[in-house]
Design a binder for this molecule. Structure first.
Ligand code: GLN
Length: 298
């Protein structure tokens, strides 16, 4: 089917993603005072893919604390999400936790001494708790398709293992990584799951601290500088908010203190980020003055 150029091109590297209707568009906004808005296909589930890297990082920081930063950097990569080029120069330490190499190290930390099945279960429970929704699931068809075609990720993982930056067997780490990428969520579920990043680390329903305010601030900083790979500068320029994209066409965006927003449109730009999703966020921020670079009233 011919694609309208302004919608970009959906990911085609695995059949379940290639099969998604490219005309879909969804949005959901959850505000700090608890209001919820959803539009279009905002309640339809999609593959969150790399957006799961935010939740994996949050959990891994709980396991390893700031020691994690000895194994993963905090600098934008300026390279594609699945690039291997910097790893040789930088002795197997990935630039940041939001490129594939970084998320694979983060997943190794999550695995710890667990069996892969337990680590996947922990991740699923965590995301369900964040969203307050027990219906969130891992799409096994997507996870299996990733496993069958994940040659680049295998290369990244093996390369880092050679540098001693991966503790667990490559197959196990990637098994868990592919499963958290295969989480299926709607924009509404995703916007709810992101609320702790708008509230300085607190769960808005239970009041429990998910992460410290300092950690929430740092995760937001990494989303702003690294959340869109080599398109992070452009996203900051156009939208001006912490955001994390996934190759399934979703973007989770945080307006600290104000809102958690998720958009979804499967068509991607040349850097693998949702084309229409970015455009929608750009328009929303223009209308609301929600960019972190807009002056706050008062
Ligand atoms: N599962 C995908 C991969 O590892 C995630 C990439 C993405 O969403 N950018 O290649």
């Amino acid at each position: 089917m011919a694609q309208a150029p302004e919608r970009g091109v959906p990911a085609g590297y695995i059949a379940p993603l290639a099969a998604v209707d490219s005309a879909r568009f969804g949005i959901a906004i959850v505000t700090a005072d608890g209001r919820e808005f959803a539009g279009g296909d905002g309640d339809m589930t999609f593959s969150i893919q790399s957006i799961s890297k935010v939740f994996a990082l949050t959990l891994a920081l709980g396991v390893a604390g700031d020691q994690l930063w000895t194994r993963v950097g905090v600098e934008p990569s300026g390279t594609a999400f699945n690039s291997i080029v910097q790893l040789e120069h930088e002795q197997g330490i990935p630039r940041n936790p939001f490129i594939n190499a970084g998320a694979i190290v983060v997943t190794d930390v999550l695995l710890g001494r667990h069996e892969p099945r337990e680590a996947i279960g922990e991740m699923l429970r965590f995301v369900r708790m964040l969203a307050g929704d027990k219906d969130i699931f891992v799409d096994e068809t997507v996870a299996r398709a990733e496993e069958e075609t994940g040659f680049r990720n295998l290369a990244l993982a093996n390369y880092m293992r050679a540098f001693g930056n991966l503790r667990r067997p490559v197959e196990q780490v990637l098994g868990v990584y592919f499963h958290h990428c295969a989480l299926a969520m709607s924009c509404r579920q995703l916007a709810r799951a992101g609320r702790y990043l708008m509230t300085g680390g607190r769960h808005p329903e239970t009041g429990h601290s998910i992460v410290s305010a300092r950690r929430a601030r740092r995760i937001n900083a990494l989303m702003l500088t690294c959340g869109h790979y080599d398109g992070s500068g452009e996203f900051a320029f156009r939208v001006g908010l912490p955001g994390k994209s996934g190759v399934g066409g979703g973007i989770l965006t945080i307006v600290p203190g104000v809102a958690s927003i998720a958009v979804w449109s499967p068509g991607l730009n040349e850097r693998g980020n949702s084309q229409l999703g970015t455009f929608a966020l750009e328009r929303l921020v223009h209308r609301t003055g929600w960019s972190i670079f807009d002056p706050r009233p008062g």
